[in-house]
Design a protein around this ligand. Sequence first.
Ligand SMILES: [Zn+2]
Length: 213
Amino acid sequence: MATERLYDADHYLKAFTARVLGFRDGGVLLDRTAFYAEAGGQAGDTGVLGGERVVDTKIDEDGVIVHIMEGQPGFKVGDVVEGVIDWERRYRIMRLHTASHIMEYYLWRHYGYMRRTGSFVDEKKDRADYVHEDRLDPDTLEKVESDTNRFLAEGHPVTIEVDDMGMRHWSCGPVEMLCAGTHVRNTSEIGAVKLKRKNPGRGEERVETSLAE
Ligand SMILES: [Zn+2]
């Protein structure tokens, strides 16, 4: 049975209690969790579960979330355990994830639409790959960065609406997309970002977004 995702209802939930349902491949299965499971290019959460370290969080095709533990847990099936996510790390991910959607809006505004082939965000940076034959010229990328930072500083609210199909529609100002990741409530929480161009090859360009602090 799919794990209840407490993070869907509250992206800011840091601690929770849950019942242990079982163990699988060095991981713990719970009835519900606030640990974000790696999906949609967002890294899985780390933290503490029942006093023991969670080093990653994954989800299978049936929606069962697996908390990957550092060691052999001391608790057993049926126990109620407390989970606490590494909030500082997750909050950085939320800030970077939200910023990356705004960055992409201005990227397309300045360079024209480029198909995104992949993306991944963790606490250090967001990286997004786009199909683009030419080198992203640095002057234009600077404009993308300054437009993004101006927009973030303006303090735009983020809204998420869930439709009848359970799809999560993310929007902020003029930007709209389907996204099930975790985000901040307002762009003013993000601060400024820095953009860096990388070339992963094969007619693709990568934009790395990091927090400018
Ligand atoms: Zn998102």
